[in-house]
Design a protein around this ligand. Sequence first.
Ligand code: SF4
Ligand code: SF4
Ligand code: FES
Length: 257
Amino acid sequence: MVQINLPQNSKVEKGTYYKDTTGSKNIRKVNVYRWDPSSGKNPRIDTYEVDMDNCPSKVLDVLNKIKNEIDPSLAYRRSCAHGVCGSCAMNMDGKNGLACTKPHSEIKGDINVYPLPHLKVLKDLIGDLSTLYKQYESVEPWLKTSKTNENKENLQSKEDRKKLNGLYECIMCACCSTSCPSYWWNGDKYLGPAVLLQAYRWIVDSRDEDRKERLKKVADELKLYRCHTIMNCTNACPKGLNPAKAIASIKKMLATS
Ligand code: SF4
Ligand code: SF4
Ligand code: FES
């Protein structure tokens, strides 16, 4: 039988335990993945005892409290704190989501926080999204039209506008792509659910004049057909979108065109 072991330097070790210093009776343990490439050391899990009496309701509030009051070296992305920018996407309690919208009360027991799965980690909870952004750029996510009169609105019918519902709300947080097994194993070639949903958003935009070319560009065994309708992506989306359906719609359009 083949035995596959992780390389020694990728084994996650036990890190520092930060005991509560406030004397609070309402403590929760928060286990956080830590890795600093400049240290030359293995990744580790640090544990923080956090006073929940003085902590607002979301996982991001817990991380901010740790950073501001216990350990300023903790690194993570955040910006809007309102589920709009997508930057605080991470894995909490085993599920991808936005730290700023995830209530910590929904997590039973210890709060476990990891970076989004299967990304190269840059530091602590910060994953490397550069491949995903390059793939996003490759679908040319902007309106292509010969109508260039900037002083005139480019109108859509109500019905055509409706086709963008469930697509335009995507915040490119990458929760879906990093929960997709096909993207884990073929992420350099398969575009993944986030980028394919964006591709579809432009394919169905009635104002866009590049539909045929856009379809041709994604009609590829590796870029598109690596989706096996496992649906992890749709389950993971914190905005309630359905990237699996968008992918199926692209396939249908290709099959019938
Ligand atoms: S439905 Fe497709 S894109 Fe979504 S998780 Fe499954 S394989 Fe990935
Ligand atoms: S479809 Fe949902 S999970 Fe995927 S990038 Fe967009 S908002 Fe994030
Ligand atoms: S900080 Fe912007 S979505 Fe969470």
